[in-house]
Design a protein around this ligand. Structure first.
Ligand code: GLA
Length: 399
């Protein structure tokens, strides 16, 4: 009897402690999200067209798997409290859209909020967590971005844990993307709760600005990079620092776009494009589908880059990669051209946190420039000529 009672206890304890779904973000998630470009101006036609574009333009095959509908897809709850899609914007419903997206080898993401209303004023999940999770699972949803508006009186860790448990109980593996803007230090508590957490307020398409909206601000590329730099020890396979959706294709200069994409890749941030995929320029597509740069982001070691050197506006970032390779980024933050000779031997590639090291006095590594295609090795100084707001990104190969 005692053994039976013990087994029952064990079972109770085991089921009471739900877990997030493991294995969904071994490398940072990649995809597209509607918010940066379209805000609330979304529809099922836009989502279908975007799915078709991702297949046709090679983004799916380059690794962009998730097609995420952000805020404003919602209609009202029905008499039983079930959330429904906006009948005008999504007349065929989310299930039909998920089927459409899955048939094209993509996955579907949805957005909700821990509060009673989303940031766009649509119904949030507060008090409906288990019901909503079951609905998403039944629709075939694969990804949930969960926002933090209208949450007065809620504790973030508890609120996000409730939704994690609800997703688990619903029985479908759904990637859980935490979006509380870094307000309550999710890096301290979210590793077991979600697959990524936003580190800052919203991104906006500028290099280094901060735009005030009264009670909150949005941030440019460098502001988000600097805020996230200090958080590198919290990131790793299955739990990433999310620097927000990309602004590539939304108004930055070509140099800024390459630098922005390179930084997000180096920092092992999720790569979620946020532009209009139906009408982007070939130049923007080329940036988003640079497989070498994506390869740095998707490296299986999953180490976020380290700022190795900073001299005025010039910075050097390094990222240890599987098999002894390294990603190296030279960044010009400033308004003037940088002309610099980099002595490899002066800067050993060393990362105390991940315990990776390459002494370039003893070893010579070959490098490839991931944007320009040229190559060389570390036995000779590297010429780093950088236009304002630009970056050079290299992969160093282990011998
Ligand atoms: C918040 C989030 C954004 C976006 C909007 C939608 O601001 O941080 O990424 O989801 O809400 O309203």
């Amino acid at each position: 009897m005692r053994t039976l009672a013990g087994m029952v206890m064990l079972l109770v304890v085991a089921t009471a402690h739900a877990q997030k779904y493991e294995g969904l973000a071994a490398t940072p998630q990649m995809g597209w999200n509607s918010w940066n470009k379209f805000a609330c101006e979304i529809s099922e036609q836009l989502i279908r067209d975007t799915a078709d574009a991702m297949v046709k333009n090679g983004m799916r095959d380059a690794g962009y798997t998730y097609l995420n509908i952000d805020d404003c897809w919602h209609g009202q709850r029905d008499a039983d409290g079930n959330i429904q899609a906006d009948p005008v914007r999504f007349p065929s419903g989310i299930k039909a859209l998920a089927d459409y997206v899955h048939a094209r080898g993509l996955k579907l993401g949805l957005y909700s909020d821990a509060g009673a209303r989303t940031c766009g004023g649509r119904p949030g999940s507060r008090g409906h967590e288990y019901q909503d999770a079951r609905t998403y699972a039944a629709w075939g949803v694969d990804y949930l971005k969960y926002d933090w508006c209208e949450t007065a009186g809620l504790k973030s860790e508890g609120a996000y844990t409730t939704m994690r448990d609800a997703l688990r109980a619903a029985g479908r593996p759904i990637l859980f993307s935490i979006c509380e803007w870094g307000d309550t230090k999710p890096w301290d508590w979210a590793k077991e709760v979600g697959h990524s957490w936003r580190t800052t307020g919203d991104i906006t398409a500028c290099w280094d600005c901060e735009l005030s909206h009264g009670s909150w601000s949005s941030f440019g590329v460098l502001k988000i990079m600097d805020k996230t730099a200090a958080l590198r020890k919290y990131a790793g396979p299955g739990h990433w620092n999310d620097m927000d959706m990309l602004e590539v294709g939304n108004g930055l200069t070509p140099d800024e776009e390459r630098a922005h994409f390179s930084i997000w890749a180096m920092m092992a941030s999720p790569l979620i494009s946020g532009n209009d995929l139906r009408s982007m320029t070939p130049a923007t597509l080329k940036i988003l589908t640079n497989r070498d740069v994506i390869g740095i982001n998707q490296d299986r070691l999953g180490v976020q880059a380290l700022r190795r050197m900073a001299q005025g506006d010039l910075e050097m970032w390094i990222k240890p990669l599987a098999g002894g390779d390294w990603g190296v980024l030279f960044l010009n933050r400033g308004e003037r051209t940088v002309d610099y000779h980099h002595d490899w031997q002066k800067y050993p590639l060393a990362d105390d946190l991940s315990k990776h090291e390459a002494d370039l006095k003893k070893t010579t590594l070959r490098w490839t420039d991931l944007w320009q295609g040229r190559g060389g090795d570390t036995s000779k100084p590297l010429d780093v000529k950088l236009a304002p707001h630009s970056a050079m990104m290299l992969r160093l190969k282990a011998p």
